[in-house]
Ligand binder design. Structure first.
Ligand SMILES: Cc1cc2nc3c(=O)[nH]c(=O)nc-3n(C[C@H](O)[C@H](O)[C@H](O)COP(=O)(O)OP(=O)(O)OC[C@H]3O[C@@H](n4cnc5c(N)ncnc54)[C@H](O)[C@@H]3O)c2cc1C
Length: 493
């Protein structure tokens, strides 16, 4: 009997486990998914273009592919089953909660047999036992051992260390940054971009200048370009920020791995290969492997561990709406002006700008976590619920009460000045805590410590920061709190 495999737009794996000779393939461009909220046009363009190229690639391999536009998934699947005559549907479990729930309830809706295969886009299959709290570092080491990545002949970590973070905190020193590779849209990609413009009027940003990889071959070329040109400097400047260099030595590969054009293990293996060939230093290679099989896998684990309750967490009970500058970048805070403008325009800022600028500000300013998460989901071209919720609500805003990250990632202007060039041309003074020139990050940082002193003191990882409050007498504390009210009134509106 004929059967079909349904492949989602973020599962465009060249070796998708549901592909089998003789099985129909169905890909659905769901209008409901495209239009359900404002997304970045580049993200929508990437997904549609990649789906269409994927269909072409599968057809070239002999598969019969039904790529169809439909009001929603179920309507599209019904129409496909009727057209193909398939009586059995196979799919791979979605990375995201709602779509996986839909897959699990499809059989009665479609009146056909449905098999949901395990998701193989992630390496974490054997979850650690739940008795003890799961923390990122032991989780990462477990995956290093499972994969054998960067282990020596004795099974010990290369360089005798698991962690090179201490070597990887340099300020950008002005060395040339290799240009990102660009991929000129072909006719198929242009048609996808045109459809986004026509079908998604609510989407933000622009498809102008779209140059992202949209095929497996292009994704591999982008990976190779990163490994050759940027990986060697990835580690030392991983945390650096610069007004003229939005990407620095980061890979910009998250939009591709998140839709299946690349697999995590092959990305790590390519980096490890560069280390053994003497093309990239260990600190950079370990740093990159840590991002992929450490942070990325940990985040996916956290998502499934905490869903569906994760969506509603708000451990600090923060209720302030997003200031208007989140939607136009119009703020005098130079660092946020750059990061937010880039997010709105390009759909990308690198990790430290997401964490230590945007989320740091949002947490210190008491912005409502779900509104912040919605903003990230709208702006970023690599945004998917499984990766947004633990990163934004967990790591960035500590709204999950410390499950994802053991301490809130908060910092004053001191950190921003140390890791970037933003403060040198900003109208605010990174040294001041109060006064009209005081950097709002400073005022809000110290105000946060004062307001939450007792709670933060109980966190061993924040002890030293809270101890800094001892320097302030009651008059200084009152001045900080008074200036915080001024900051809220003038800079958080
Ligand atoms: C507030 C916040 C929001 C984020 N939102 C997203 C998002 O929507 N989508 C997304 O893919 N990542 C997200 N991240 C994680 C990380 O910032 C991005 O993966 C990374 O910046 C993507 O750029 P890159 O490919 O140049 O990364 P690189 O610095 O080159 O890192 C290599 C790869 O490691 C992976 N990675 C690194 N850190 C993480 C992490 N914390 N979680 C998941 N993957 C990670 C990514 O696949 C990335 O491509 C977020 C982090 C924070 C703090």
């Amino acid at each position: 009997m004929p059967e079909s495999v349904w492949i989602l737009g973020d599962q465009l794996l060249h070796d998708h486990p549901g592909l089998a000779p003789g099985r129909h393939v169905v890909l659905i461009e769901s209008l409901q998914r495209l239009q359900q909220r404002a997304y970045h046009k580049r993200k929508l363009g990437l997904i549609l273009a990649a789906m269409r190229h994927y269909a072409v690639a599968l057809r070239a391999q002999g598969y019969e592919v039904d790529l169809r536009s439909a009001p929603d998934f179920v309507t599209g699947l019904r129409a496909h089953l009727a057209a193909s005559g398939s009586t059995r549907l196979v799919c791979m479990a979605a990375a995201e909660y709602d779509t996986r729930q839909l897959q699990l309830s499809l059989a009665p809706m479609l009146d056909t047999a449905v098999e949901v295969l395990p998701n193989d886009q992630f390496l974490v299959t054997r979850y650690p036992p739940r008795r003890a709290p799961v923390r990122m570092e032991p989780f990462y080491r477990m995956l290093r051992r499972q994969t054998g990545l960067l282990l020596d002949a004795n099974g010990e970590p290369e360089g005798r260390r698991w962690n090179f973070d201490a070597d990887n905190r340099q300020r950008y020193d002005g060395r040339p940054v290799p240009a990102l590779p660009t991929f000129v849209p072909d006719a198929l990609t242009r048609s996808a971009l045109d459809d986004v413009e026509a079908l998604c009027p609510q989407a933000i940003g622009s498809t102008d200048g779209f140059a992202l990889p949209v095929t497996r071959a292009q994704a591999l070329a982008a990976l190779d370009n990163f490994i050759t040109h940027r990986l060697p400097d990835f580690g030392p400047f991983e945390d650096a920020m610069h007004s003229h260099e939005p990407v620095l030595f980061h890979s910009m590969l998250s939009p591709l791995i998140n839709i299946g054009l690349l697999r995590p293990l092959e990305m790590c293996q390519a980096a490890v290969h560069a280390f053994y060939n003497g093309q990239a230093p260990l600190a950079s290679v370990e740093g990159f492997v840590r991002q992929i099989i450490g942070w990325r896998e940990y985040i996916y684990y956290r998502y499934w561990d905490m869903m569906p309750g994760l969506r509603d967490v708000n451990a600090w009970n923060h209720q302030r709406p997003l200031p208007a500058f989140f939607w136009n970048g119009a703020t005098d805070m130079h660092c946020l002006q750059h990061a937010i403008t880039r997010a709105l325009r390009d759909g990308y800022t690198h990790h430290i700008e997401r964490l230590m600028l945007i989320c740091n500000f949002a947490l210190l300013a008491g912005l409502q976590p779900q509104a912040v998460n919605d903003w990230f989901t709208t702006c970023y071209i690599d945004a998917y619920e499984w990766v947004m919720l633990p990163n934004v609500l967990g790591m960035g805003l500590h709204a999950d009460g410390g499950v994802t990250a053991t301490k809130p990632y908060i910092a004053s202007a001191n950190y921003i000045q140390r890791m970037s060039n933003y403060c040198s041309t900003c109208r605010f003074n990174p040294k001041d805590r109060v006064g009209v020139d005081a950097c709002p990050f400073n005022t809000l940082y110290w105000n946060f410590l004062i307001v939450h002193e007792a709670r933060l003191r109980a966190n061993p990882r924040l002890g030293p920061a809270v101890l800094g409050l001892r320097r302030f007498d009651p008059t200084q504390r009152a001045a900080i709190q008074a200036h915080a009210r001024f900051v809220y009134e003038h800079f958080v509106q």
